[in-house]
Design a protein. Structure first.
Length: 119
């Protein structure tokens, strides 16, 4: 499967926009801007509000590394399954990894069997 995304590594940097609001930009030093994370409110209780922005930006910025790691893990699981030494859960994990990789690379639709949906 061929990647169709901007090659990594990606970085995240907090910047103030022209409107005075802070955003976190995800970018490639070689290729430029990837995405911008804006304020996503998170209530911490007792009237304190913070944001998911930095955590979201860090996750997005590490997406190329996460994808590469998942591809490597899937390859190792596939070898284990092919050797006949895999357990059922290994085969299920390998299948799920293949589906997530395909979705991340834009080769199919929704990934089935996600542990959490955040709609």
């Amino acid at each position: 499967m061929e990647a169709k995304h901007t090659p990594g590594p990606w970085n995240a940097k907090h910047r103030e926009g022209g409107d005075g609001m802070y955003r976190t930009e995800i970018y490639s030093a070689q290729y430029g801007g990837i995405a911008t994370c804006e304020w996503t409110q998170k209530n911490c209780g007792n009237g304190v509000t913070t944001t998911y922005r930095e955590a979201n930006a860090n996750l997005i910025a590490h997406a190329p590394d996460l994808l590469r790691s998942l591809i490597d893990c899937e390859a190792r699981l596939a070898l284990l399954v092919a050797s006949g030494r895999a357990k059922l859960l290994d085969a299920v994990a390998a299948e799920h990894a293949r589906a997530v990789i395909a979705a991340a690379l834009g080769h199919n639709g929704e990934v089935q069997g996600r542990a959490h949906d955040h709609d």
